[in-house]
Design a protein around this ligand. Structure first.
Ligand code: GLY
Ligand code: MN
Ligand code: MN
Length: 455
């Protein structure tokens, strides 16, 4: 019986403290030197149509480095009199704009409540930057985020030869700092994990609510509205990526987002949806029969995927290569499909990347890093070899099997026609057992059959 998602919201965690951002900045800056100018840009606002914008979401590196989430912000790090300066340019206070669009912290608010030691209005950025570029030796900026900043930096570097010849100053190189930030973002702090846990718990409840609301004839978009409505009800900023809500054959389309079909009780619905809280993403997939009872064929496939997922989660341990969960999941899925007679190759043949039959029914990876981005940053093979998992890393574990009867490229076994199952959880690597942040989301066949349709 459904226990009522609305009655038991998790407690919100404390916000990430100013001291933690400061410590983060110090760690980042310890990799740089006098003469380095580091620019962290926010994404520009994007027009949806005419004078309507998409809801604003800043760049994850900006959020990570100082937590500033409003548009038109730029963060600079540079040396002044032997000390690092953290300088944030923000939209200034403006009564008329605030009447129309909402209150702004402005320069004063930024100085008081954000982890920076200088703040200025955004319209002073360009002049200031041009000055700093006169003296900078190395400029660190991720190009492609803010084209105005890119062009100013490019011009400064182009002028460098003459300047250097005459005055011995001016930037000589442009580097991308995002790889260093990514290395830091890959390892989550306790405070970050608490934000992620909140996103995960609200998302888990949203999926449970969707299960409870499932019934014959409901449309995919109606279930979508329940899930996404609950994300907002739970105090998150909404979805972290567009929700995938696919019933019947749509469950076999990996990134289906049309979400407009009616659902029938004998069909599987696959929902891949997660909320974003304080910039941090959850990423959950559950698959269940709309009518609440798995058919024999659906159960056979579900059990294989669940076994693969549980074994893959167990492989999320310190010291294991990041791709071990994928290897474990593939092996378990292939063994299961051989048992059912869907694959007639040997296990080793089935697993072959080029010629194996597993790829017909399982064509994606088993997971990815998760954090401020749903497909979070961090190289998987830093020196060409798989990275070893460390405590504090968070990754998804999401094996699946997809029998699209509509596909012209395969002979889909009729018994399994249009069964699409993916099961996805968010896993924190710890010194001990893997910590499944989405553990409260129903997953066993017994739990799912108990909850579906119980609202
Ligand atoms: N939601 C996208 C993914 O699972 O990777
Ligand atoms: Mn995922
Ligand atoms: Mn997902």
């Amino acid at each position: 019986m459904f226990d009522g998602a609305f009655k038991s919201l998790p407690t919100k965690p404390k916000a990430i403290s100013k001291d933690s951002y400061r410590e983060r900045q110090q760690r980042f800056l310890s990799q740089y030197d006098v003469g380095d100018l580091i620019i962290v840009s926010s994404l520009p606002e994007a027009t949806r149509s005419n004078d309507v914008h998409y809801p604003y979401r800043s760049s994850s590196d900006m959020l990570y480095m100082c937590g500033w989430s409003d548009p038109e912000a730029t963060l600079l790090f540079y040396h002044d009199e032997g000390k690092w300066v953290t300088h944030l340019f923000v939209q200034p206070k403006d009564t008329l704009m605030e009447i129309w669009e909402g209150r702004r912290p402005g320069v004063e608010g930024a100085l008081k409540d954000w982890p920076v030691n200088q703040a200025s209005p955004s319209d002073e950025l360009i002049d200031y930057l041009e000055q700093l570029l006169e003296d900078a030796v190395r400029v660190h900026v991720r190009t492609g985020i803010n084209t105005l900043i890119d062009s100013i930096v490019m011009q400064a570097v182009e002028k460098r030869d003459r300047k250097r010849q005459h005055f011995g100053t001016g930037p000589i190189s442009i580097e991308d700092p995002s790889r260093r930030i990514a290395e830091m973002r890959l390892r989550k702090s306790e405070e970050e994990i608490e934000q992620m846990r909140y996103a995960a718990e609200v998302s888990s409840k949203a999926h449970a609510l969707a299960m409870a609301a499932s019934k014959d004839g409901i449309h995919e978009f109606q279930i979508q509205s329940i899930i996404e409505g609950f994300f907002v009800y739970g105090g998150t900023s909404g979805w972290a990526y567009p929700s995938i809500v696919g019933c019947g054959e749509n469950a076999t389309i990996l990134h289906y987002t049309v979400n407009n079909a009616p659902c029938q009780s004998d069909e599987i619905i696959l929902i891949d949806a997660g909320a974003e809280y304080e910039g941090y993403a959850a990423d959950i997939t559950r698959s269940w029969p709309i009518g609440g009872s798995f058919s024999e064929a659906q159960r056979e496939i579900y059990e294989i995927v669940l076994e693969a997922q549980e074994k893959a989660i167990d492989a999320c341990r310190v010291g294991n290569p990041y791709n071990m969960p994928h290897e474990v999941a593939c092996r378990t899925l292939a063994e299961g499909l051989i048992r059912l007679g869907i694959i007639t190759q040997s296990l080793e043949q089935a697993l072959d990347f080029e010629t194996g039959d597993l790829r017909k029914w399982y064509m994606h990876n088993t997971g990815h890093w998760l954090g401020l981005d749903v497909h979070d940053v961090g190289t998987y093979k830093p020196d060409g070899t798989p990275r070893l998992l460390e405590a504090g890393m968070v990754l998804t574990v999401e094996p699946g099997l997809y029998f699209g009867a509509w596909r012209p490229d395969v002979d889909c076994p009729e018994r399994y026609a249009n069964i699409g199952i993916r099961i996805e959880d968010d896993v924190l690597v710890t010194e001990g057992d893997p910590d499944v942040l989405t553990a409260s989301c129903p997953k066993t066949i017994a739990d799912i059959e108990r909850i579906v349709g119980s609202l």
